[in-house]
Write a protein that binds this ligand. Structure first.
Ligand code: DP6
Length: 319
């Protein structure tokens, strides 16, 4: 078995829509922060005795229906036909309900390619991980990461790469877990497709992304966390606005999500560094500094309906 570890990432400029579903090509670029606190470790071994791929996820046997098509890509590249055993474990704080497909497919891309005898470079790994999950392409790298939408039909220019920034050392993300009987949310894959197909605001959302990416990259280049935070929060709200306007709507927010957003605005009114983003679930992730992270976590923990908080520094690349 070959083992790999990858950190999850949270997008500051979101990926929400595809230009090609078969090759999993994003309709626009995105920009993320890789998080040290959210790690997936995955081991892969190809075994001629296996009749089909086997997945063990967090200690329990799980359906391999998203793993097998991904392993088929690795088998095709490596010219092997053997089935594999995949053992994956999320070192996420328990019951956080945080999505793990980004760290999961990034770790699987490295472990499976090595186990099959391939030596892929980081860009090739990013392209491979993208086929499993678009956000996984970004988890190949640590720190701040940009994902290119690319223009080629074969997806060879749709990969991620790291962005150097002095902010990587001082930035923190505080994750406020919103619990409490939330109904099962729509998976991001189906929900972004539904948004693209039915939301009257989808085209405005996609049209906005390049300007947000340029502004976020400029903020990273000058080490300007305030500007980065403003873009992060505005971009997340625009993404959710497009989803909320889908027909029928995709609404990920719970009452505690809005209460946490209000707490973030209140922190800012008191002069604190705090900007929020949300993904395909009710949790609120807040961009802040190492110096202010504990105060931000404390304020979010006091919000009714927030059941846990996690503070994370920037994480490293897949290993
Ligand atoms: C809201 O990467 O899960 O987290 O490519 O279909 O697997 P697929 O989608 P996925 O979508 C992530 C959506 C998001 C925003 C983001 O991470 O950029």
């Amino acid at each position: 078995m070959i083992a790999a570890r990858a950190c999850a990432n949270i997008a500051l400029v979101k990926y929400w829509g595809k230009r090609d579903a078969a090759l999993n090509l994003p309709a626009a670029g995105s920009l993320s922060l890789t998080l040290a606190a959210l790690v997936t470790e995955t081991s892969v071994g190809f075994d001629p005795a296996l009749a089909h791929d086997v997945l063990v996820l967090d200690g329990a046997s799980a359906p391999a229906d998203r793993v097998t098509p991904f392993l088929d890509l690795v088998r095709a590249q490596a010219r092997v036909t053997t089935r594999a055993r995949v053992v994956s474990r999320n070192e996420f704080p328990t019951a956080s309900g945080l999505a793990s497909s980004a760290s999961g497919f990034a770790a699987l891309a490295l472990a499976a390619s090595r186990a099959a005898g391939l030596e892929l470079d980081a860009r090739e790994l990013s392209i491979l991980a993208r086929r499993g999950s678009g956000s996984a392409a970004r988890s190949i790298y640590g720190g701040f990461v940009r994902m290119h939408a690319g223009t080629r039909a074969d997806g060879s220019d749709a990969y991620a790469e790291p962005i150097e920034s002095a902010l990587a050392d001082t930035v923190r993300m505080v994750i406020a877990i919103v619990g409490g009987g939330a109904p099962k949310t729509h998976g991001s894959r189906d929900a972004m497709e539904h948004t693209a197909a039915t939301s009257p605001f989808y085209s405005s959302w996609i049209a906005q992304v390049p300007a947000d990416l340029a502004a976020a990259e400029a903020a990273l280049a000058r080490g300007d966390l305030k500007s980065l935070g403003e873009i992060t929060e505005a971009n997340a709200l625009a993404m959710h606005a497009s989803a909320i306007a889908a027909r029928p709507p995709v609404i990920y927010w719970q009452p505690a999500t809005l209460a946490a957003l209000a707490a973030v605005r209140e922190l800012r009114a008191r002069g604190r560094t705090a900007w929020a983003t949300m993904d395909a679930g009710p949790h609120v992730k807040v961009l802040t500094t190492a110096a202010e992270a504990n105060e931000v976590a404390h304020a979010l923990a006091a919000v009714h309906g927030v059941t846990d908080t996690i503070v994370s520094a920037a994480g490293g690349p897949v290993t």
